[in-house]
Ligand binder design. Structure first.
Ligand SMILES: Nc1nc2c(ncn2[C@@H]2O[C@H](COP(=O)(O)OP(=O)(O)OP(=O)(O)O)[C@@H](O)[C@H]2O)c(=O)[nH]1
Ligand SMILES: [Mg+2]
Length: 245
C-alpha cells in the first residue's frame, strides 16, 4: 500500500524545514507532497532543499489561483495520477502531530473512505486556542453537522487520510469552496454519495507556535454561507443545483 501526505503551505518558512524533517522521521512509509502557493517568504525553496536532502518529498509550486482548496485539489489530482492508495492531508504548522499520521493512514481500507483526525470525539483535544477560536470551531462544526445531516463531529479538520480510489470518484473541479469549507464540502460529498465510511480518530490539535494564521473573516463567512445554502437545498430542494455532487 502506497501512501502520500499532501501539505498545503503558504508562508510557512518558520515551520517547513523542522516539520518535513519530523514527518520524514515519524512516518517513514509515507511520501510527502508539499503544495505551496509560491509563498513570498521562500517556503518552496526551503522545502526543495529539504527534499533534496531527505528524499521521498515532492514540492509543487503553484503560481495562479492561490487558496487552500485550489492547492489541495491540484495536489489530490497529482497524487491520484501517481497511483497512491492512500492520500493524507495535514497542516505544516505542527497543529497536527506527525506522530499520528501513520495511524490515520493505516485505518483507510476498502470500507473506509475517509479517516479524520478529530478534535471533537471522545479523547480529542484543542490546546492553546483562544476562547473565540474554540467556540467558532466547536459551534461551526455542530451547525455544519445539523445543516448537512452529517454524523461527523469535526468536518473542518484538515488532518485526514482518504482512500485514493474513493477520492478519484469525486469530480474535484466541480467543488466550489475556496477556503477550509473545502474540507466540509468533500466530507459532505463522500457521505452523500456513500463512497465509504467516515471514521474519526481523536487528536490533540495544538495552536501554531510559529508563522501567521491564514484564517480570515472571508474564509469564515464562506464556510457559514455554503453550509447554510447546502442545508437549505438539502431540506427544501431550493437551490438544489448548488449541492456538491
Ligand atoms: N497552498 C496553500 N496553502 C495554504 C493556504 N492558506 C493556508 N494554507 C496552509 O494550510 C494549512 C492550514 O492553514 P493555517 O493558516 O494554519 O490555518 P488554521 O490552522 O486555520 O489557522 P491557525 O490556527 O492560525 O494556524 C497551513 O499549512 C497553511 O500554510 C493557501 O492559500 N495556499
Ligand atoms: Mg494552522
Amino acid at each position: 500500500m502506497r501512501a502520500v501526505v499532501i501539505i498545503p503551505t503558504y508562508n510557512e518558512a518558520d515551520n517547513i524545514q523542522r516539520f518535513l524533517t519530523q514527518v520524514r522521521k515519524d512516518a517513514p512509509n509515507v511520501d510527502i507532497l508539499v503544495v505551496d502557493d509560491n509563498s513570498p517568504d521562500g517556503t518552496s525553496q526551503i522545502a526543495k532543499e529539504v527534499a533534496d536532502r531527505l528524499g521521498q518529498i515532492k514540492v509543487m509550486t503553484r503560481t495562479t489561483n492561490r487558496g487552500y482548496a485550489a492547492a489541495s485539489r491540484d495536489a489530490m489530482r497529482a497524487a491520484i495520477s501517481d497511483n497512491y492508495d492512500v492520500i493524507a492531508t495535514m497542516d505544516a504548522d505542527f497543529s497536527h502531530d506527525p506522530a499520528v499520521l501513520e495511524q490515520l493512514v493505516s485505518q483507510v481500507n476498502e470500507h473506509t473512505a475517509l479517516v479524520i483526525g478529530s478534535r471533537y470525539v471522545a479523547g480529542g483535544e484543542v490546546t492553546n486556542w483562544p476562547l473565540f477560536r474554540r467556540l467558532l470551531s466547536r459551534w461551526g462544526n455542530l451547525y455544519t453537522a445539523f445543516c448537512l445531516k452529517l454524523k461527523i463531529k469535526d468536518c473542518t479538520s484538515g488532518f485526514r487520510a482518504y482512500s485514493a480510489k474513493q477520492l478519484a470518484q469525486i469530480n474535484l473541479a466541480e467543488l466550489t469552496a475556496d477556503g477550509y469549507a473545502f474540507l466540509t464540502e468533500i466530507a459532505f460529498v463522500i457521505s452523500r454519495n456513500n463512497l465509504g465510511d467516515v471514521v474519526e480518530v481523536p487528536i490533540n490539535y495544538v495552536d501554531r507556535a510559529y508563522g501567521d494564521s491564514k484564517m480570515n473573516t472571508k474564509i469564515m463567512r464562506e464556510s457559514m454561507v455554503l453550509v447554510t445554502r447546502w442545508g437549505i437545498a438539502l431540506r427544501t430542494g431550493i437551490g438544489r443545483k448548488h449541492l456538491p455532487r
